[in-house]
Design a protein around this ligand. Structure first.
Ligand code: ZN
Length: 277
């Protein structure tokens, strides 16, 4: 089956230009990533906020929260859309681990089912899994029920893999309207820093976009489907560390923000601050 994914930057220097992207899923070997995750039952770390109590998804257990947010630091949330990808996502996870950085992966339901090991590895290593729809349609073309189906199917697919409640949604293309907002149960998360990685495919350019746009409380958009994004991530994380940023999940960033603590279903965030209504 040939799957065409459309990826777009909505804000920032990308000029809302739409784009491309490929992926021939039949050409992607599902066994190419040899990540294995074992159950973790005696982890002394504190409880993760969205840990599920009930059983399901085999005997795999969501680990406890890995890293506390340091209130004395500046914070930035990293987010990766459109994966998992059998080659790029493991590289991204390796680099995040090197810097003790954490990220939110807004996955597609029709890819998540192909790579359960990667979904588990994300959770196991303290990252967050968000919902980026089942097949990346334009939500503005869909009815409210169709939007709910796109989101619900993806949640169910993730639940088959790991006992984990997905609390954050990012619509494809960051597209938001009244139907989208009423169809979503939790906060909607877009971004404030668009690295345009899908467009430039250039590691240096990705770094420069982060340097140009980042500020305390920012949410950075990248895609874990391009090798060039993984190529640029090391320098981005190194630079953010030098600038005194702690790199955290979107959920942790919003949880830390007093403003976001009162968030309601369908409310939109571009950073740790509420979007102007
Ligand atoms: Zn996307």
């Amino acid at each position: 089956m040939f799957v065409v994914l459309l990826v777009m930057c909505v804000a920032g220097a990308c000029n809302s230009e739409q784009l491309n992207m490929q992926t021939n899923s039949s050409a992607e070997g599902k066994t190419a990533d040899n990540t294995t995750i074992s159950s973790s039952s005696n982890d002394p770390r504190e409880n993760r906020g969205n840990q599920r109590k009930e059983e399901g998804a085999g005997d795999w257990t969501v680990p406890k929260k890995l890293t506390a947010l340091d209130p004395k630091k500046k914070h930035v949330a990293l987010s990766f859309d459109d994966g998992p990808h059998h080659l790029v996502t493991p590289r991204v996870l390796d680099i995040l681990a090197k810097y003790n950085a954490h990220a939110t992966f807004f996955v597609l339901g029709n890819r998540a089912g192909d790579y359960p090991e990667l979904i588990r590895r994300m959770i196991q290593e303290g990252h967050e899994v968000g919902n980026h729809s089942w097949s990346h349609p334009r939500f503005s073309d869909l009815s409210q029920q169709e939007i709910k189906t796109q989101i619900g199917k993806t949640d169910q697919e993730i639940a088959k893999t790991v006992n984990y409640d997905v609390s954050l949604v990012r619509p494809p293309y960051g597209e938001i309207n009244d139907r989208v907002q009423s169809a979503v149960d939790g906060p909607i998360v877009n971004w404030s820093v668009d690295t345009c990685d899908w467009k430039s495919r250039n590691p240096q350019s990705i770094l420069e976009e982060v340097q140009r746009q980042v500020e305390d409380g920012a949410i950075i958009l990248m895609h874990d489907i391009y090798p060039s994004t993984a190529d640029g991530l090391d320098k981005v994380l190194n630079w953010l560390g030098e600038q005194g940023y702690q790199v955290v999940t979107v959920g942790d960033l919003l949880e830390f923000s007093t403003e976001a603590n009162s968030s309601k279903a369908g409310e939109v965030f571009f950073s740790s601050k509420k979007a102007a209504s």
